[in-house]
Ligand binder design. Structure first.
Ligand code: ADP
Ligand code: ADP
Length: 235
């Protein structure tokens, strides 16, 4: 099932062409990897997908209809959630509070006090367990978690609040091998739960084991958009 189709997307910043003619597909239960070095246009591409920037050329098609997002909220309403490198978490706040912090901002489920604390703790624990993280103490501050664990809290949070597509912005970039491996497992877990994942990375070694589709960017242009197994036939 195709969720997002980017068709020949172009984006200019003034007279800088950050993206030209970039196409790819995001399907439920698949991981689309966006690969490229610094300046390739990866950030610009996910800003278009997540409604932060409007594209200047091409078509963004969601659930079969062309869309023009007028902001990140519009993308969220279609279930397109972004997990940024900075994760939008407050390090000194307990894990469970961080987990529900997004709920006011994203899904409009009302103020924190409408759910009781015990219930929020239980939901947080259960959702993390589904991602394979066993944290008995969700009262500890987020700042005490490892980088990989923080990423997984952010991913679990987006999934809990209704994301159908997860856009992960360099989730493994700042991590060592072991923590990167942890995050790669969550990516596979999200795919197994039927989410579409857009995995931005400059590291082909991280993309390779989890990717179903690969968009290769270089200086704002596409070097290819391949399904796994199709790469061998590429020029
Ligand atoms: P990446 O995320 O792959 O490093 P970016 O999307 O950040 O690439 O950048 C693509 C190109 O667009 C780069 O040449 C960058 O300098 C330029 N660029 C990005 N954002 C802006 C901006 N707000 N204004 C002007 N140029 C920008
Ligand atoms: P990232 O590493 O996530 O791609 P950058 O450090 O490249 O982020 O960019 C940080 C912010 O500055 C982004 O919002 C980007 O759009 C903007 N930016 C990047 N390059 C330029 C540029 N050449 N001119 C103006 N803004 C830029």
């Amino acid at each position: 099932e195709v969720i997002i189709e980017a068709r020949r997307i172009g984006k200019d910043y003034g007279n800088v062409t950050a993206l030209a003619d970039v196409s790819t597909t995001v399907r439920a239960g698949e991981v689309t990897c966006v690969l490229g070095d610094n300046g390739a246009g990866k950030s610009t591409f996910i800003k278009v997908l997540s409604g932060v920037h409007r594209h200047d050329h091409g078509e963004l098609v969601v659930d079969g209809e062309p869309v023009v997002f007028d902001g990140p909220r519009a993308a969220l309403e279609r279930g397109i959630a972004t997990v940024h490198q900075d994760l939008a978490m407050v390090p000194l706040m307990p894990i469970w509070r961080n987990f529900f912090l997004g709920s006011e901002l994203t899904r409009g489920r009302g103020p924190l006090r409408r759910l009781d604390v015990a219930r929020m703790r239980a939901i947080t624990r259960a959702e993390l367990l589904r991602m394979g993280i066993d944290l008995r103490d969700v009262d500890q501050p987020v700042g005490t978690l490892s980088g990989g664990e923080r990423q997984s809290v952010a991913i679990a949070r987006a999934v809990h609040f209704g994301a159908r597509v997860l856009i992960l912005d360099e989730p493994t970039a700042a991590l060592g091998v072991k923590q990167a491996g942890v995050v790669l497992r969550y990516i596979v877990g999200a795919r197994e739960r039927g989410l579409g994942v857009v995995f931005i990375t400059h590291n082909p070694h991280h993309a390779h084991p989890v990717g179903d589709r690969f968009l290769l960017l270089n200086r704002g242009r596409s070097l290819g958009d391949f399904a796994r197994g199709e790469v061998d036939r590429a020029e």
